[in-house]
Design a protein around this ligand. Structure first.
Ligand code: ATP
Length: 304
């Protein structure tokens, strides 16, 4: 598999504080990679390092096979675009003027592509309106256009949907999906909003306290989301023996209530219970949500 980014045993310390701890991750070519973590997990630090704005304390990373300490990294970085923290836009200029400025900085020979770029982020009709009067969503879309000005193959977006209203979130999501599909641009997107990323990510890296807890593809994740049967019975007598007989994992939430993880038909469960003189009073089947998967990964939702 070809990777846009490989990170190996990367650490970053600020004096004694460990912001990144032995991070290893892989962003495959063509992926939309969701880097998910709470505030302070280390997402921005990781992204700043990848973009060359900070150096790691230990470990290494490569962009398109060029190690960060090699000469070739400059060439690889030219294939990258990104927005880190708040995008740098000129408030007194229009969207077009901001892009012209970016094109000049990049030394691009003509402005011909600007209209197409504005169209790709749904900003072709904003005319001369100064960016200071843009909504947050419009600013983010313009920032994406700025990141695309260098015609990158790999785009890094730090919290692109933070603070956006639902409509703004949908617009950004659709733009990213379109760019990924039509121009085969690989994205690395950080967010603490798992639910939103789950609508576009093809790969996930879950980060907490500077550590990657898990890297997983969308398909693997869907498989891993366990089916859950929530039940209540009339007696605790022999309940555990009956549940053991299902060969599924389970958890009791009270002496007569609990959850079974895995697939079993309700009639089969009822038969096993009945054979031990237990009656099902309430039962329902639920899919584990992505959110609860994430909370479990973090260790049960503790917020320390
Ligand atoms: P957020 O979503 O809040 O931006 P994050 O996941 O991007 O969070 P980082 O900004 O990478 O997290 O910060 C990770 C940790 O490193 C935090 O505890 C932060 O306080 C700390 N940190 C970041 N930059 C510095 C710095 N220059 N000096 C000291 N500590 C820092």
């Amino acid at each position: 598999m070809e990777y846009c980014l490989t990170v190996d045993s990367l650490s970053k310390k600020y004096r004694k504080f460990v912001a990144l701890n032995d991070v290893t991750m892989r962003v495959p070519q063509g992926a939309i990679y969701g880097l998910i973590g709470k505030n302070g997990a280390g997402k921005t630090t990781l992204i700043r390092i990848i973009c060359g704005l900070q150096s790691p304390t230990a470990g290494t990373y490569s962009i398109y096979d060029a190690t960060y300490s090699s000469k070739e990294i400059y060439k690889s970085r030219r294939r990258m675009g990104g927005i880190i923290e708040s995008p740098a836009l000129y408030g007194n200029m229009s969207a077009k003027e901001n892009l012209k400025h970016q094109f000049l900085l990049l030394g691009k020979p003509s402005f011909d592509e600007i209209d197409k770029l504005l169209e790709s982020v749904d900003l072709k009709d904003v005319g001369k309106k100064p960016v200071r009067n843009f909504s947050l969503g419009m600013r983010q879309r313009l920032a994406i256009a700025m990141a695309l000005a260098s015609d990158p193959d790999f785009v890094v977006l730090d919290e692109p949907i933070n603070g956006l209203d639902p409509q703004g979130i949908v617009e950004i999501r659709e733009i990213i999906l379109k760019l990924n599909k039509e121009r085969n641009i690989t994205f690395l997107i950080s967010s603490h909003i798992l639910d939103e990323l789950s609508k576009l990510a093809t790969h996930y890296g879950f980060i907490d306290k500077g550590k990657i807890l898990k890297e997983i593809t969308k398909d693997q994740l869907e498989e891993n989301l366990k089916k859950r049967i929530v039940f209540k019975v009339d007696t605790e007598e022999e309940l555990c023996s009956a549940l053991d007989e299902t060969n599924l994992q389970y958890k009791l939430t009270s002496p007569t209530e609990g959850e079974l993880y895995g697939e079993i038909s309700i009639s089969a469960l009822s038969d096993i219970l009945k054979s031990r003189g237990i009656t099902l009073i309430k039962v329902s089947q639920k899919d584990e949500t992505l959110e609860s998967y994430y909370i479990n990964l973090l260790g049960g939702g503790k917020d320390d």
